[in-house]
Ligand binder design. Structure first.
Ligand code: HEC
Length: 152
């Protein structure tokens, strides 16, 4: 009996160690430029909710309401190609958090996605961290969807 319990305990401890290891790997992982690596799966879900109606499920700018817009949504798989092969992280982040205006995205006061990504200059550190992660995930997803020729 004791042997069984201790074997189960050992197994559980082993599983806990593996889970912790995975959590640490996910939490502590950094890209080569020292920015945190974000979940592209979460970014994909965020994209589906807030961007795909215009930019399309495949990011190529042909979402279901694209035709009704005055300007054509940008093909988000070609951001790197259009930027001499370098994925424009900074510009993309500014586009999403409202520091760079895109007419079709609405004004900084009234963006199409509400306040979700708006950079909260005067808000709490928790809120800032939350916005940073949301944008980081979205950018990670769009980055890995770049046309292969320009992946970097
Ligand atoms: C209401 C439709 C709509 C939604 C929703 C939308 N976009 Fe756009 N987006 C556009 C249009 C239209 C353009 C092209 C604007 C132009 O050429 O002036 C654009 C342009 C862009 C650009 C290019 C900006 C540049 O520097 O050239 C990026 C990046 C972008 N969108 C990302 C996103 C992301 C990420 C989301 C979701 C968080 C999103 N968009 C949601 C319509 C939309």
């Amino acid at each position: 009996m004791n042997r069984i319990i201790s074997r189960q305990t050992a197994t559980l401890a082993g599983l806990a160690a593996v889970a912790l290891g995975l959590a640490l790997a996910a939490g502590a992982a950094l890209a080569s430029d020292n920015t945190p690596l974000y979940s592209t799966a979460v970014g994909k879900a965020t994209y589906a909710t807030y961007c795909s109606s215009c930019h399309g499920v495949d990011l190529r700018g042909k979402g279901e309401i694209a035709a009704t817009l005055a300007s054509k949504p940008t093909d988000l798989t070609r951001l790197a190609i259009e930027n001499e092969g370098v994925f424009p992280v900074e510009r993309l982040m500014k586009t999403v958090d409202g520091r760079d205006d895109v007419a079709a995205h609405g004004s900084r006061e009234m963006p199409v996605w509400g306040e979700l990504f708006l950079w909260p200059e005067s808000d709490t550190p928790e809120r800032r961290a939350q916005v940073e992660r949301k944008i980081g995930e979205l950018v990670a997803y769009i980055r890995q969807a770049q046309e292969p020729a320009a992946k970097n």
